[in-house]
Design a protein around this ligand. Sequence first.
Ligand code: AMP
Ligand code: GLY
Length: 428
Amino acid sequence: MKAIVVGSGGREHALAWKLLQSPKIQEVICIPGNGGTATLPGCRNLALSVDDFEGIARFALVNNVALTVVGPEQPLAEGITDYLQAQSLKVFGPTQAGAQIEASKAWAKALMAEAKIPTAASAVFTELAPALAYLEEQGAPIVVKADGLAAGKGVTVAATLEAAKAAVEAALGGQFGAAGCQVVIEAYLEGQEASVLAVTDGKTIRPLLPAQDHKQIGEGDTGPNTGGMGAYAPTPVLPPSLLEQVQRDILDPAIAALRDRGIDYRGVLYAGLMITSTGELQVIEFNCRFGDPETQAVLPLLLTPLEDVLLACCEQRLATLPAFDWQPGCTACVVMAAEGYPERYPKGMAIEGLAAAAENAVVFHAGTKLEGGTVKASGGRVLGVTATGPNFDAAIARAYRAVEQIQFEHRYYRRDIGHRIQGLIAQE
Ligand code: AMP
Ligand code: GLY
């Protein structure tokens, strides 16, 4: 069968790569894809925009595509699934109504309150004066979130009241356009963050292996937030006992609440969690898609054919699928970026050493393109280098060995991916 993967990042390369490991998958078409999907055997890129729903539907119908997997949140929030489903195409990814769980933080908070899902106390504002009064009342530290999609830049974790006020003023003043006309002000939570990507057919929901990512650009988790500088799985901060609690207190109630709202959600529900120092679980956010770079860390360990899982979700028969089969061991994914990211960064650098690195790791491409037979950097996050090993020390060491084999001008990567679990591994 043929499958389409919509998107052009490392997550989409990982999805295409994993789909192609199944003998049932003849071809993957990545729309628009990147330099990695252009050179992946069995995969080809199609130069359509992710919001060209009509073009994507036409291609899928003419080419008898069995499954379309949507990577990024934007087309989901704009209704790609509704559009393709209306033409009887199978799509892995929620409808526009379901995607609100990521596209509106206020909507997600209301759903969590209704479903009694543990999350930080919060209030929603559209007017400046009451928002500022609320901040005065609550004090700092406090978190200010633009309601809508803001390309990962809409959240300010404010250490001081002044910073919080400035964030509210900026958001309500139009810094994020329509996405910031409404703000959620939320209590500050402390602890370890973890990501649970759970697949669902709208009735049954099952977590994949839990992961952790490193959002900040600098070593020691410092500096501005990025799309993610590295990830690893399965994180020991969410052992099976806690994962059961995630299922019972978060995933099952979330799907039930979506159903109560008449939403038939088929895709990934990504729970961004905080595990507080007292071991409590709190939801920081829900996303309506696979995480990036968590997907690059989680999928290499999946042994169950990915298309079986995704089609079972599309066809509402996830409950009949046996428990997912995982390769024992651990993964570490180190993101190689262009220096300057997440601000201004150079593009067009030729990338060397990819073949040598492939002996130690799978190199997922993010911001790359193939130009005259050469792979060149074309984005802020350039590559996600994922290695597997019997334990985290081995996986991390192999990932860095592969990273050091890859050369391009102005490359930047963090050397401390996995540092937050060092103590935990030692205690095992
Ligand atoms: P979000 O876009 O909601 O994932 O937020 C981006 C990042 O901001 C999260 O990954 C956290 O690191 C941080 N964050 C969000 N909400 C909170 C909170 N209530 N307390 C502490 N940190 C938070
Ligand atoms: N790695 C964070 C995200 O995908 O939102």
